[in-house]
Design a protein. Structure first.
Length: 184
């Protein structure tokens, strides 16, 4: 890089490290060994193999925003709820119509109307949900793009964006990623 990465707080570059690098080196995934302690003296001392990941406190603070959940499951739930509402309300309508001996033409018309309302409502809710979800995905993609260019200065314990020259305390990375406190 031609222009050096300078921390906006101390005006120097010697303590600045890329956030992605700290996050990756601070998160160790692999196999570990741990000594087991004898349980009430009943079991012998031993060595146990463990696997998993461990993270330093700093790298935990610098964790990238998690990818939003997939949209399909919630959409499916929405459609299922709509279908159940449709079946239940049409069934109730027929039942009430039979009990009160309404003319079948009136019941048919009412049933059609209720059906349209529920199907229309479900379609509308699906469209609104899909649009909101696209906004969420876009916000996440923008946040990741910013996260990838952030630096950490250990002198000031701050995170900064070399592009906008904004800096925040280490635990307020959300302000740089979203320009405001984390949504949700
Ligand atoms: Zn600094």
């Amino acid at each position: 890089m031609n222009n050096p990465i300078i921390c906006p707080q101390c005006g120097r570059d010697d303590m600045a490290q890329k956030v992605t690098g700290i996050y990756e080196t601070g998160t160790a995934t692999g196999a570990f060994q741990g000594r087991t302690r004898p349980l009430l003296g009943l079991l012998p001392d031993g060595v146990q193999n463990l696997s998993g990941s461990t993270q330093t406190l700093l790298s935990r603070k610098l964790t990238p925003p998690p990818r939003p959940a997939k949209t399909s499951e919630r959409l499916l739930l929405l459609v299922i709820v709509g279908m159940i509402m449709l079946v239940v309300s049409e069934g109730l309508l027929v039942l009430v119509g039979l009990l009160l001996k309404f003319p079948s033409l009136g019941i048919g018309f009412l049933g059609l109307l209720v059906g349209f309302l529920i199907v229309g409502g479900t379609v509308l809710a699906t469209l609104v949900y899909t649009r909101n979800h696209q906004h969420t995905i876009k916000a996440w993609q923008d946040a990741i793009a910013i996260w990838e260019r952030l630096y950490y200065c250990s002198r000031n314990d701050c995170i900064f964006d070399p592009l906008t020259r904004q800096s925040v305390p280490t635990d307020r990375m959300d302000l740089l990623l979203y320009g405001r406190p984390k949504p949700r």
